[in-house]
Design a binder for this molecule. Structure first.
Ligand SMILES: [Zn+2]
Length: 487
């Protein structure tokens, strides 16, 4: 049984974001850390996994509505497969975990635990694609990958094994692969904006930071309240490099053999990290009603002489809400007082609390409290189902507006190295600057601040004027770069 003290968040989001985050995910019952000797791994508890399932469900239906089928490939990849695409090996080698033994026997060829699955999926795409009639081919896999990064664990943001989906497609032409790349990027942006109440920026990674072997890597970036950017989902136009390495070819209408144009795109449970980090506060988890496992908790408040009436009334309200499809919990525990219950449900992030006492029963009303800001509203008990839907919209709008304000206030411009460093150092957020496209011009920012170019907007031709020069080197600018510290 937890005490009042165990329930409380003791760290401050504003002053100690990292410790605060670790405390929220643990005390809200989302995760445990992995066993001793397995640092970097986490256990996702049912409340945490329910959030991931909500994301899965939303994305999966978007994918299926746009021609994607799910499949599953082995979690191990033979070393020779990884080597077929040299760029991938170079990109992932230090992070790959290897299986060398099966039982007592040493394997003839060691197996990589997948850091991503291009090199095991591509050879099968090659078998499945024969003619232009087989295209487009779109498969998606829900699973986990392992990247053995030796950095500090941060549940959902940085773990050695993480859950994600990876989509892999093949197309007849470069343009069709580009349309696919952007379709998936737009779906990721919609997921953030419509399910998670987080506005995002869409753009492309600079060439030196794109997926190994890719023609272009596109990204959605979300700004966290501590001023750091989260790479929230990526979609890669792989050009024909994978098709050439793995022989994904098709015969076109004129019976000529051509390489396919492929894409891959992935979104991980980092989306949960962004969700928790963005909305939660010093009382604990805050969730939008769209994703909350319990959308409404009803807390009855009674004395001995009013207990029967209050509980009957609360029970009816709970039933009405459940019948209309609301995920509702009636907290009628005897052994806990209302104050304790308020704290506990606040910690767990339930977006709306309904309080029902003798006054509400007498007046045919309910008292509705919004989790994000504590706003309290008295409403008629009649039509409670429609009323609650309005309040869901209201809570969602509050959360989105706060995140949007943070983003809008955090995009600043600069046109010299000193100004970029000064602005990022003081405020965090994004600093926009004209850039020549050369990786060397990122170094003077990366070195002192650990900030980098997280993305370049797509509409550079419109935004970069002929006379603009790179903020770092003074050569002609070709792109607008968004510099930021990131997760
Ligand atoms: Zn430059």
């Amino acid at each position: 049984m937890s005490s009042e003290q165990d329930l409380g968040i003791t760290e401050s989001k504003q002053h100690n974001t990292g410790e605060w985050y670790a405390e929220v995910v643990k005390k809200a019952g989302l995760v445990n850390y992995g066993p001793d000797g397995m640092s970097g791994f986490i256990v996702t508890r049912p409340r945490g996994y329910a959030l991931w399932e909500a994301i899965q469900s939303e994305l999966d239906s978007k994918f299926k509505a746009t021609g994607v089928q799910n499949a599953y490939f082995p979690m191990f990849i033979p070393e020779s497969y990884l080597e077929r695409e040299k760029d991938i090996v170079e990109g992932f080698d230090p992070e790959v975990a290897w299986v060398t033994h099966g039982g007592h026997d040493e394997l003839e060829e060691r197996l990589a635990v997948r850091p991503t699955s291009e090199s095991i999926i591509a050879p099968y795409l090659a078998q499945w694609v024969r003619s232009h009639r087989d295209l487009p081919l779109r498969v998606n896999q829900w699973g986990s990958v392992v990247r053995w990064e030796a950095t500090e664990t941060k549940p959902f943001f940085r773990t050695k094994e993480f859950l994600w989906q990876e989509g892999h497609t093949a197309h007849e032409t470069h343009d069709k692969a580009w349309d696919e790349t952007m379709t998936r990027l737009d779906q990721y942006a919609d997921l953030y904006e419509d399910l998670l109440a987080i506005p995002v920026l869409k753009g492309q990674k600079p060439d030196h930071d794109k997926f190994p072997g890719a023609h272009k890597t596109t990204t959605v970036e979300a700004l966290m309240p501590d001023g750091k950017s989260v790479q929230a989902g990526t979609s890669h136009h792989l050009g024909t490099s994978f098709a050439e390495a793995f022989d994904i070819t098709f015969s076109n209408k004129d019976e000529e053999t051509q390489p396919a144009h492929t894409t891959s795109w992935g979104l991980s449970w980092r989306a949960l990290g962004a969700l928790i980090m963005t909305h939660s506060d010093d009382q604990g988890l805050v969730l939008p009603p769209t994703i909350a496992p319990e959308q409404v908790v009803i807390v009855p408040i009674w004395q001995e002489d009013t207990k029967g009436d209050v509980l009957d009334y609360a029970d009816e309200v709970a039933n009405d809400l459940a019948d209309s499809g609301v995920r509702v919990e009636l907290d009628d525990r005897d052994e806990r007082n209302p104050g304790f219950k308020f704290n506990e449900w606040e910690l767990k992030g339930v977006p709306i609390r309904i309080e029902i006492g003798p006054h509400e029963v007498e007046d045919g009303e309910v008292t509705i409290i919004h989790r994000p800001d504590g706003e309290s509203i008295t409403a008629d008990r009649d039509n409670i189902d429609a009323t609650i839907q309005d309040h869901f919209d209201g809570v969602y709008a509050k959360l989105y507006a706060a995140a949007e304000e943070n983003l809008d206030d955090s995009v600043r411009e600069a046109d010299s190295r000193e100004e970029i460093l000064g602005t990022l150092g003081r405020h965090g957020g994004y600093v926009k600057a004209p850039w020549c496209g050369d990786e060397e011009c990122e170094e003077p920012i990366k070195e002192p601040l650990a900030a980098e170019i997280v993305m370049c907007p797509f509409d550079d031709e419109e935004t970069v004027g002929d006379d603009e020069t790179c903020a770092i080197c003074g050569d002609d600018a070709t792109q607008t770069a968004y510099f930021a510290k990131n997760y």
